[in-house]
Design a protein around this ligand. Sequence first.
Ligand code: PMP
Ligand code: GLN
Length: 381
Amino acid sequence: LLDDAGELATTIFAEMSALAAATGAINLGQGFPDEDGPSEVLEAARRAIADGVNQYPPGPGLPALREAVAEHQLRFYGIPLDAAQVLVTAGATEALTATILALVDHGDEVVVLEPFYDSYAAAVALAGGVLRTVPLRWPGFRPDHDELRAAVTDRTRLILINTPHNPTGTMLDRTTLELVIDLAHEHDAVIVTDEVYEHLAFDAPHIPIASLPGGFERTVTISSGGKTFNTTGWKIGWLSGPLDLVRAITAVKQYLTYVNGAPFQPAIAVGLRLPDAFFTGAADALRAKRDLLSASLREAGFAVSTPQGGYFVVADAAPFGVTDAADFARRLPELAGVVGVPLTAFVLPEHREGYRSLIRFAYCKRPEVLQEAAGRLAGLA
Ligand code: PMP
Ligand code: GLN
């Protein structure tokens, strides 16, 4: 979290987006789509503003959205949920931070898959917790079950998973999720699952851990509307789980943001109730983009991973002699007019070995932008 001068560093996403803006490079760094999502959702937000939904919503969120989340969990995953078990948050980020602050005491351990989304480590540090990492290694990025077993002990308070996974695109299979449930029961740990890419799965269906036997009773499930509806700037997220956990997290959340995004909440509720064709269409469109960018990176000379879901592909720049991905990422705008994020930004400083030539590229961009990036990357070879 701290830079070499001991200051709280700017996030890698802000740094790389600023670099793209300053150099005119194509921004395949920060993960956000470059076109709007479904018109029904945008229209519902306009309507809510016109209808005066512009003051503080209730603390746990507007009933319309909490009910829509409950319906969504039942419709897609067969998870029966009461609206009272849903808390609306300022994006998945606040759901994660509030959960960690509510449940982790000083010295408690939090097991995470590494690389991990950057806010995890920051939130655990704020809570005074200790990270225990389970490595996902290039190129398969699958967790080793023995390493997972070894990481979870009676000191573990939370097992924090993310599927589909940022930055690797890994999706956790049923056997791995069952192991997580067994370990949580054995060591009396709570499972926190970040499922913001739940509808962006390409090859196999997303499996929420709360839908498996023994899962729901000790799991906090987190998601958000940003990725599913191309509304990352709205910051409407939510979490759900057993009432006692949700209550404990609500108590913390009220002092973080209190509430947020009143007119966007009913709009996301409209999105969650869209027909199946919308959700499958979004995954199909993104799969085509994954294939397009992966092929271009391969042609340009990178080795690439095969993401099973989410926004990102990981490329190995070792064929270009790269041994410092962060330095390469900073030079990439000049070399190829494209911005990516070094994987070393998602691992603890002492675990950088094994990630030093890897760069994450976002493919959640318009096809013509990915084509232009392909042309530029071809110049690298
Ligand atoms: N978790 C993961 C894995 C993410 O990639 C992101 C960012 N897109 C978030 C959480 C944060 O989501 P939000 O913008 O809803 O806060
Ligand atoms: N989740 C997006 C990413 O991983 C954006 C993160 C951010 O800007 N904080 O790129």
